[in-house]
Design a protein. Structure first.
Length: 236
């Protein structure tokens, strides 16, 4: 498939898992393709930009009118338009934070830790999940970290990353979730890790990266598939 067709499929939310990986690879390795892709992302903003341009044109026309007529009216109109411009400028950021808040919740504990053997690592992992379920995320991070050092299971890293996101430590959470190759290791947490990375990038207002991860969730067979699809539509 050529690159133009791949970009078109991305924006129509029709990428397969293999095509998504190819898209990501080209973005990382091909500077020209990367620039073209980001240009296409900018096109998706045409509606808001058009509204912005129309208001700017109205402001320009007002400023070109004779200064000796209705000065108070022109001043009031200019102030009003500037306020609207400000709202248009900040609205996308506010909307992204609202979208993040509406969609983020800590992932439920689906791991059953058996402590019958009494091993130190099992006890640490069990303690970490107890903290996690109680919403004590700072304590959970420390416990997950200790458990992972001795027994590097993917789920320990995943829940550590989510615990960081739950504390509003978005950069740290992203770093942790990116530190493991979920796809290569065929982890059962691949789709949900991409879901939380997508949400984290929404919070960081990095929509291109958010969409890349959400597209991958949508291409999976995970229960979050429909939510990812709906969220992608909301971001367009």
């Amino acid at each position: 498939m050529n690159k133009e067709a791949l970009i078109e499929k991305y924006f129509s939310h029709q990428l397969s898992d293999a095509e998504f990986n190819q898209l990501k690879k080209w973005i990382e390795e091909d500077e020209l393709f990367k620039n073209e892709f980001y240009q296409q992302l900018e096109i998706q903003k045409t509606i808001s930009e058009a509204n912005h341009s129309q208001i700017k044109e109205r402001l320009k026309k007002l400023s070109n009118k004779p200064k000796n007529k209705n000065k108070w009216y022109l001043y009031a109109a200019s102030v009003t338009i500037l306020m609207i411009l400000g709202l248009l400028f900040y609205k996308p950021q506010q909307e992204l934070q609202e979208i993040y808040a509406e969609n983020f919740e800590a992932y439920p504990n689906v791991i059953n830790i058996t402590t019958r053997s009494g091993s130190d690592n099992e006890n640490k992992a069990a303690q970490a999940f107890q903290y996690y379920e109680k919403g004590l995320y700072a304590e959970a991070v420390l416990a997950f970290n200790e458990a992972y050092k001795n027994h590097p299971e993917d789920y320990l890293l995943f829940y550590k990353g989510v615990s960081l996101l739950a504390q509003q430590k978005t950069n740290e959470g992203i770093k942790v979730l990116h530190s493991y190759d979920w796809e290569k290791n065929q982890s059962e947490f691949t789709a949900v890790a991409n879901w939380y990375l997508g949400l984290a990038y929404i919070k960081q207002e990095q929509l291109s990266l958010a969409k890349l991860h959400l597209q991958k969730v949508m291409a999976s067979e995970n229960h979050l598939q429909i939510q990812a699809q709906n969220l992608l539509k909301e971001l367009d």
